[in-house]
Design a protein around this ligand. Structure first.
Ligand code: PMV
Length: 304
């Protein structure tokens, strides 16, 4: 079957209500729902061709290496489904730095699922591809869908589009995080009492967020986004041993946003499991916000 090829293109996403905590099944089933935006300016393009020996992968033109466990989980689902176990060569390229908190695993895993769907001519619906992506990385399930996406325990779906919404990343560190999200979540679920409180109110928060995004109420949306990011990071700090993802530069970003918002909320910050921020705003404030962070010497990446 030499000459066969599959292509998948996908994007990272940033959560406004975070997924933090998963069931113990090993299948990345989230303990709570989440709401995200797919970041279409950031892109991963993945090609799958027939390989030799074992499964190999190359990132951004670097030399081939063995496929990691997350990607192997996704591959094994397609193998079981198709009965085709021939080795694969995976060529993947992203237009943004990998492993620096820009949700590269969501983008990479979902692009791989799409490329395998093409390679095996499986023609699976988005719903199925989203579930397969979740097996590799929980947040990857959201990247299969465009716009604002609501992920529940069993599935993720696009709920609406907000065309005026604009997002850029503020990079403060390219270092690989010391505590991965799976380990961080496990620590939080096992030890944080604040997390239990979060779980009891998250249903209500999700409802509110859906109302704010559908009603395009930026002020309420932005405030809830910032508070949810704060709460996730507070749960990380409340874990034992504590997990710190944000650093002094991250806190400087929080302060910059709060000072800017003194006369009314026009910006939101949100942080995933890392020190880099995403700044969320509306088209009308975008260039002012970009200039503000540029003047402070941060490296910025346009995301939406
Ligand atoms: O799917 P993972 O393992 O990358 O976990 C994602 C966790 C957060 O990015 C912190 C929150 C989220 O909902 O994306």
């Amino acid at each position: 079957m030499a000459g066969r090829e599959g292509l998948g293109i996908s994007h990272p996403n940033i959560a406004f209500i975070k997924y933090w905590g998963k069931e113990a099944s090993g299948e990345n089933i989230p303990l709570n729902g989440s709401i995200s935006q797919t970041l279409t300016e950031l892109k991963t393009v993945t090609r799958v061709v027939c390989g030799e020996g074992g499964d190999m992968i190359t990132y951004d033109g670097a030399s081939f290496e063995k496929v990691d466990a997350k990607a192997e989980k996704v591959i094994s689902i397609f193998r079981k489904m198709t009965g085709d176990s021939s080795p694969l060569k995976i060529i993947t390229e992203s237009n943004f730095p990998a492993s620096c908190g820009l949700a590269s695993s969501a983008s990479g895993i979902s692009a791989l699922a799409l490329a395998l769907n093409d390679f095996y001519s499986a023609s699976l619906p988005e719903e199925e591809l989203s579930k397969i992506s979740r097996a590799g990385s929980g947040s990857a399930a959201r990247s299969i869908h465009k716009g604002i996406v609501h992920m529940q325990k069993d599935a993720a779906r696009s709920v609406c589009h907000w065309p005026e919404l604009r997002i850029f990343a503020v990079l403060v560190s390219g270092e690989k995080k010391k505590v991965g999200s799976t380990e961080g979540m496990q620590r939080t679920v096992a030890t944080s009492s604040l997390f239990k409180q979060r779980q009891s109110s998250i249903g209500e928060k999700l409802e509110k967020m859906l109302l704010h995004v559908k009603g395009r109420d930026f002020e309420k949306f932005a405030l809830l986004t910032m508070k949810d990011s704060n709460e996730m990071h507070a749960c990380c700090m409340d874990s034992f041993p504590p997990v710190f993802y944000m650093n002094d530069r991250s806190r400087e970003i929080v302060e910059t946003v709060n000072n800017f918002n003194a006369g009314g909320i026009r910006l939101a910050y949100t942080f995933d499991a890392g020190p880099n921020a995403f700044i969320v705003t509306l088209q009308s404030t975008y260039s002012e916000a970009w200039g503000l962070f540029e003047r402070k010497g941060f490296t910025l990446v346009a995301a939406l």
